[in-house]
Design a protein around this ligand. Structure first.
Ligand code: NAG
Ligand code: NAG
Ligand code: NAG
Length: 228
């Protein structure tokens, strides 16, 4: 009896398929082109960079990245549609400022200034979609290496939201590089990326590739403006 129940439980858990989705802000055309250009500059100097913007993946600012239950994708889309008027209102006045390059570990990130409108966009997305995540997602190894109290906070976040990078841990950025070989600090010093700013035209929901890249907007594209 207990064995049967256990087996059933295992089957039910195993049958919930997961899909990794990135809900993100898109860049306007000029800033998109700039990110692609800087990424190409990186690739000239850092031949082991694994990020290829414009050809293999899209420049983006992640608002929420986690594993969702595959059979809930429609509910995720509907939830975002429902809060879209709020998101649109916030985004229309939200100046996205890309300021400096932050090389952390293998990543080369174009930092985005954290302002209250970006924080709100991420918070609203997380609040309205976390009910659809895959429960009990595993804690990445690097989280265990963090000092306290950050470690406990990130673990609690992963348990509840499936992501260590939401709410007060939200650090908006555009990833320009992932490179385990070349010296990205030197490379970015040479390229000398200049600050830029834009108003985001849309929110996309896309498939996730290696190193947190976004491959498409296959699961949704919500335009803030209807005229282009
Ligand atoms: C660079 O990024 C890391 C990881 O996201 C973050 O902990 C650090 O505070 C950032 N540095 C700056 C100067 O923003
Ligand atoms: C999975 O997570 C839920 C909610 O956080 C918790 O109640 C449950 O005990 C967890 N199950 C396992 C097997 O860790
Ligand atoms: C959103 O805007 C893009 C261009 O920026 C356009 O290609 C797409 O068709 C628009 N989608 C909707 C639903 O209006």
């Amino acid at each position: 009896m207990i064995k049967t129940a256990l087996l059933l439980l295992i089957l039910v858990v195993a049958s919930v398929n997961s899909i990794s989705l990135d809900i993100h802000l898109q860049l306007d055309q000029a800033t998109y082109d700039l990110a692609v250009y800087y990424n190409q500059q990186v690739n000239k100097l850092a031949p082991n960079n694994q990020v290829f913007l414009g050809t293999e993946s899209l420049p983006h600012i992640t608002l929420y990245l986690t594993d969702f239950q595959e059979n809930q994708v429609q509910n995720i889309q509907q939830s975002i549609e429902k809060v879209f008027p709020v998101l649109q209102q916030v985004a229309q006045d939200c100046n996205v400022e890309l300021n400096f390059i932050n090389v952390t570990g293998q990543y080369g990130m174009w930092n985005v200034k954290l302002n209250s409108c970006l924080q709100t966009l991420s918070d609203v997305i997380v609040d309205n979609t976390y009910q659809f995540i895959t429960p009990n997602q595993s804690i990445p190894e690097w989280v265990y290496d963090l000092p306290e109290p950050l470690r406990s906070e990130k673990i609690a976040m992963i348990q509840k939201y499936g992501s260590p990078n939401v709410f007060d841990q939200f650090q908006p950025h555009v990833t320009l590089a992932w490179d385990a070989v070349d010296n990205l600090v030197q490379v970015f010093n040479t390229i000398n990326v200049q600050p830029a700013s834009c108003f985001s035209p849309s929110i996309g929901i896309g498939s996730v590739g290696p190193y947190g890249t976004v491959l498409d907007n296959k699961y949704g594209l919500f335009n803030f403006t209807t005229t282009i």
